[in-house]
Ligand binder design. Structure first.
Ligand code: FMN
Length: 288
């Protein structure tokens, strides 16, 4: 690593990581995939219970179904997709075989740790990919939309107690994507106790991270009206009028106005709660 700005190769790989959504034709062999998966299984896990399963998807027909569910075409251009699921089915069966008491599906603490375990395994796999020059991208939206989540049960023949959490599309990149800007340590890392940032600190951090990412709009852009409707429903009429007036005056939609006003609409997100929680219960997680 002489002449490198990084202390070692691992840190270079971590700091130069970026999500890949365009994949080349180069195949990922079974041998390589097995090595990657083996690394994922070595991830830390609460109580070493490993309450997760990974479903390998190479079938283009299944990928096509996932594209429809997630509305993200690049899923089927990846040579491999990996579906990471919380798995209490295996835990319950082993408990039954061993004649052990089992209540994990009724415990929020078990669910919380299992969710963390599943994502840590996914991230370990993603980093193993990066170390071999293979790119990846997480797909989360399929599993937070009630209709799409409901379809996964049949598509993957999931038994009770197995809940899909995230998909990882992976393959050799067609082009290496640019590294995205992240917030700095000054606002992300706290010394000993939580430091409440000042508005100025936040404004500066946002400006540095999202520089030039604002969405220029003309006064009659219909997206301003949509943001107005979302604001009115969530924060009231006065707030909505202020926001709409401000956007029209300055001529752009800010990053957070875009995120919560158009993309992850603040008026719609909480409306999914009831259905999602009901579904997770139907997947066998009775704690919900
Ligand atoms: C839990 C999770 C879910 C995500 N879901 C999606 C998704 O559905 N579609 C997508 O294109 N990217 C998805 N991403 C990737 C993010 O958009 C990406 O990580 C972010 O824009 C930062 O870019 P970077 O990974 O290149 O640093 C997801 C990432 C995470 C961690």
């Amino acid at each position: 690593m002489k002449d490198s700005k990084y202390p070692n190769e691992t840190i270079r790989i971590l700091n130069e990581r970026a999500s890949v959504r365009r994949f080349s034709d180069r195949p990922v062999t079974d041998e390589t995939l097995n090595e990657i998966l083996e690394s994922g299984l070595h991830a830390a896990s609460g109580g070493n219970l490993q309450p997760f399963s990974i479903i390998k998807i190479r079938d283009k027909g299944v990928m096509e179904e996932l594209v429809k569910l997630g509305n993200q075409a690049f899923i089927k251009t990846a040579p491999v997709n990996l579906l990471f699921c919380i798995d209490f089915y295996r835990l319950r069966r082993i408990a039954e075989i061993e004649k052990a008491p089992f209540s994990a599906t009724d415990s929020f603490a078990h669910f919380f740790i299992a969710f963390e375990d599943t994502m840590i395994a996914a991230q370990t796999v993603s980093t193993a990919c990066d170390s071999l020059g293979i790119g990846s991208v997480y797909i989360g939206t399929i599993f937070t939309d009630p209709d799409s989540l409901a379809s996964c049960r049949d598509l993957f023949e999931l038994p009770d107690g197995v809940l899909p959490v995230v998909l990882l599309s992976l393959g050799y990149p067609e082009v290496k994507p640019p590294v995205r800007k992240k917030y700095g340590k000054d606002i992300m890392v706290h010394d000993e106790k939580y430091h409440i940032p000042s508005d100025d600190e936040l404004i500066q951090a946002v400006a540095e991270k999202y520089e030039e990412q604002r969405l220029e709009v003309s006064e009659d852009d219909e997206r301003i009206d949509i943001i107005g409707e979302v604001c009115e429903e969530v924060e009231g009429r006065e707030f909505a009028e202020e926001v709409v007036q401000e956007i029209r005056k300055r001529g752009y939609i800010s990053t957070f106005q875009y995120r919560f006003g158009l993309h992850y609409r603040a008026d719609q997100m909480p409306k999914k709660n009831k259905e999602l929680i009901k579904l997770i219960r139907e997947y066998g997680f009775r704690v919900f």
